[in-house]
Design a protein around this ligand. Structure first.
Ligand SMILES: *Cc1c(COP(=O)(O)O)cnc(C)c1O
Length: 261
């Protein structure tokens, strides 16, 4: 059971067509995707890498931060994220001046100046209130990450890994644990058991994107992405937020071990 829960580089390479312009790895749960392998593929096919770093603010890979691993990094500061505004907000990182200027333009209706619409854009300006809240919360981010990593290590130490699969922690990565996702047998029964013990859990996500109604026109069916399908049936997100005490994390781990013993 289980792997690192991120994009498999070899599957990405198989999927490249003449129309492909970029690969968009998602750093799911706060763990960086296999960027060395993906960079190699992107370079060989002259493609850009666009990081979906929405769950990975502050995460690192071989000493480099998320958002600095491809052409563009995309971040969310939605209230549920580790660096969170009190409404919608997000930001983009790039070292490419052309991309930078294009994004500046696109986020504000595509206006080059007050009276010139260079191309049709969107309204994606971060409002000043959200920006100020994020500026302040940025100062707390290292503490938030430290506490989440502490909680993750308690889970890793206490959970019975004969029954609970936890993705390996590689020495070259720094995971910030936007979520802590285990993979288990009898997931739904465990979830109900934990609810009975006062522990809220979630499933991120129960239906893989290729089986969503919005993707129907693409013609995928069950079986087309077996890893995603297998994981969607086995994954369970445990509480890991920075407000939990060490005892609370231990309580959750013991409740899980109790279910399988
Ligand atoms: C939250 C999230 C998004 C979307 O963020 P918004 O702020 O709603 O745009 C995209 N990708 C991933 C992986 C996310 O977790």
């Amino acid at each position: 059971m289980g792997d690192d829960q991120n994009l498999a580089p070899e599957r990405a390479e198989e999927s490249i067509t003449p129309a492909t312009k970029a690969i968009m790895p998602v750093h799911l749960t706060g763990r960086i995707a296999a960027m060395d392998e993906l960079k190699d593929i992107a370079d060989r096919h002259a493609l850009h890498l666009v990081e979906d770093a929405a769950q990975a603010v502050g995460s690192e890979y071989r000493g480099k931060r998320s958002g600095d691993l491809g052409t563009v990094g995309c971040f969310s500061a939605h209230p549920l994220k580790n660096l969170n505004a009190i409404g919608d907000a997000g930001f983009v990182t790039t070292n490419d001046r052309g991309v930078y200027e294009k994004i500046l333009c696109l986020r504000n209706h595509g206006l080059a100046d007050r009276n010139t619409v260079r191309e049709f854009g969107t309204v994606s300006r971060m409002d000043t209130l959200q920006a100020e809240i994020l500026r302040i919360r940025l100062g707390y981010l290292p503490k938030v990450i430290e506490l989440r990593r502490r909680n993750a290590s308690i889970y890793r130490d206490l959970l019975d890994q004969d029954h609970v699969f936890i993705p390996a922690c590689r020495d070259y990565e720094f995971n910030t644990f936007h979520t802590f996702v285990i993979q288990v047998e009898r997931r739904d029964a465990l979830r109900a058991w934990l609810a009975d013990h006062g522990v809220a859990t979630a499933v991120h996500y129960p239906v893989p994107i290729h089986l969503q109604p919005a993707a129907r026109h693409l013609g995928y069916t069950a079986g087309d992405f077996p890893m995603a399908e297998r994981q969607s049936a086995a994954i369970l997100t445990l509480p890991i937020n920075q407000f939990m005490t060490e005892d609370e994390v231990a309580y959750v781990a013991e409740a899980i071990n109790g279910f399988y013993c």
